[in-house]
Ligand binder design. Structure first.
Ligand code: URA
Length: 239
């Protein structure tokens, strides 16, 4: 829905700092609205299709952001990272200020597709076990992958602390030491623990796909991110 808001408030919502800081930025002539400098910090501006320029850099207005990151190893998914830097360090600082958060978690040594957003209901939906968006992982294993391993993961394995047997939605061997595992839920260290329970061991793990959204299609180098538009978000529906 089209709405107008004071310019300093708009800038604050985009993660440029406190409202006071944003007002000063505007009064200093650092902000263009649809190509023209505006120095009145309280000017009401329509948010629909709004093209901001801040410090000479284009910044299209987004009410909410939906981001895909090709997560590198050695980054933590928590907002309060302790042993490794947090994934927010890989994004422009505006995102941290507007409370962008990882959608679910990957272990610090897991790489691949990580969604991030500042849309609470979206994060909740995507992380909810009821939502059942399948996640596709590719694991490199210590021992060779065997037909028995694939069968075991499909039949289900029992993990300590988990009341129910956990099964892979699907599973297939990709190479001698590589297996693709599709999971419907996201329990703590699930892929690694399932592989151990089935008699193997994970050497490295990458998330290749969430729902129908494939990391390869996004053409992101490791550590790169992009915005997700409506077409990509539609691929994240439960299947
Ligand atoms: N399963 C794991 O073991 N680790 C992850 O990071 C994701 C799924």
């Amino acid at each position: 829905m089209s709405k107008t808001l004071p310019l300093d408030k708009i800038l604050q919502s985009q993660g440029f700092g406190t409202r006071k800081w944003c007002a000063e930025l505007i009064e200093d002539g650092e902000v263009c609205v649809n190509g023209a400098v505006v120095t009145d910090s309280g000017a009401r501006v329509a948010t629909d299709g709004l093209q901001l320029t801040v410090y000479g850099e284009a910044w299209p207005y987004r009410e909410r952001v939906y981001i895909a990151l090709n997560k590198p190893s050695n980054y933590e998914c928590s907002r309060k990272a302790s042993h490794h830097p947090g994934v927010l360090k890989l994004l422009p600082e505006q995102f941290d200020r507007r409370d962008v958060q990882p959608v679910g978690r990957l272990d610090h040594d897991t790489t691949g597709l990580l969604l991030m957003s500042d849309d609470g209901p979206f994060i909740h939906r995507q992380s909810s076990p009821k939502h059942h968006v399948p996640k596709i992982y590719v694991a490199t294993t210590h021992e060779p992958v065997t037909a028995a391993l694939v069968e075991q993961l499909l039949k289900g394995v029992k993990l300590t602390d988990e009341p129910e047997t956990l099964t892979a939605v699907s599973c297939r061997q990709l190479a001698e030491h590589e297996i693709e595992i599709v999971l419907a839920e996201g329990k703590y260290h699930q892929v690694k623990r399932m592989l151990v329970a089935a008699g193997n061991h994970c050497v490295s793990l990458r998330r290749a796909q969430i729902g129908l959204l494939k990391l390869d299609d996004l053409k992101l180098a490791v550590g790169e991110w992009c915005y997700l538009g409506d077409a990509e978000l539609a691929l994240l529906k439960p299947v």
